[in-house]
Design a binder for this molecule. Structure first.
Ligand SMILES: C[S@@+](CC[C@H](N)C(=O)[O-])C[C@H]1O[C@@H](n2cnc3c(N)ncnc32)[C@H](O)[C@@H]1O
Length: 213
């Protein structure tokens, strides 16, 4: 999707992807991210996800990446945190307590920017991208996190029934993107109550990607 697509979604508050109560599958599978000592969790395409604050409340240092400044402002506002804002050459940094969010295109971030990462939480990030970008995105996430383990949540549904985003990312698609680098454990496959956008039957898949040694 063009950047303008996402900016206009935020400007018009058309953010149906946002979960006001946070994501239930994160709660179910949080141990995949919380287990290491001093967890530093990267949340790509974080929006104003409640999961950012939840991970921070569990003792994680959370590093987010998000295109929309509006989303980031709302994220910190809703956490009652006034972030320190620093303009860098290629990004703007928002920092408050144990949360740092980089504003800008995820593809402009480097490993140096985000530092050591113990886990990646990908909810509504990979599935937000069209097929043409997913290979580049998955390689980029691996590169900047040094193949950190991931908790990856996707939707599987009949793509002919709905244009996306979110796009269908099936188990075989996850495998073709990540299998060379990670052992892929399917943690759960649950029916999405009410269907996707109330229109099409869908399954919510949660994967733990464990780096191959
Ligand atoms: C479907 S939303 C998901 C947000 C969040 N993960 C959640 O669970 O609510 C996708 C988000 O990715 C952001 N985004 C899209 N393309 C991006 C890019 N190239 N770099 C950084 N953020 C991007 C959008 O602004 C949007 O907030």
């Amino acid at each position: 999707m063009e950047h303008s697509f996402w900016h206009s979604k935020w400007e018009s508050n058309q953010i149906g992807f946002h979960e006001p109560q946070g994501n239930a599958l994160l709660l179910a599978h949080a141990s995949t991210l919380l287990q290491p000592a001093n967890p530093r969790v990267f949340v790509p395409l974080c929006g104003k996800s409640k999961d950012v604050g939840w991970l921070a409340s569990k003792g994680c240092e959370v590093i987010g990446a998000e295109l929309s400044a509006l989303a980031i402002t709302q994220l910190f506002d809703e956490l009652n945190i006034t972030p320190k804002v620093t303009e860098l050459k290629h990004t703007t940094l928002y920092q408050g307590l144990n949360i740092t969010v980089f504003q800008g295109d995820i593809f402009s971030l480097s490993a140096n920017d985000i530092g050591n990462i113990t886990g990646v939480y990908d909810r509504a990030a990979l599935v937000a991208l069209p097929q043409s970008l997913r290979e580049r995105y998955s390689a980029h996430i691996r590169a900047i996190t040094d193949n950190a383990p991931q908790l990856l949540i996707t939707f599987e549904y009949d793509q002919t029934q709905l244009p996306g985003p979110p796009f269908c990312v099936s188990e075989s698609m996850v495998s073709s993107l990540y299998n060379d680098y990670y052992e892929i454990a399917l943690l759960s496959a649950t029916t999405l109550e009410g269907g996707l956008k109330g229109k099409v039957d869908a399954t919510n898949l949660a994967f733990h990607l464990i780096p191959r040694l």
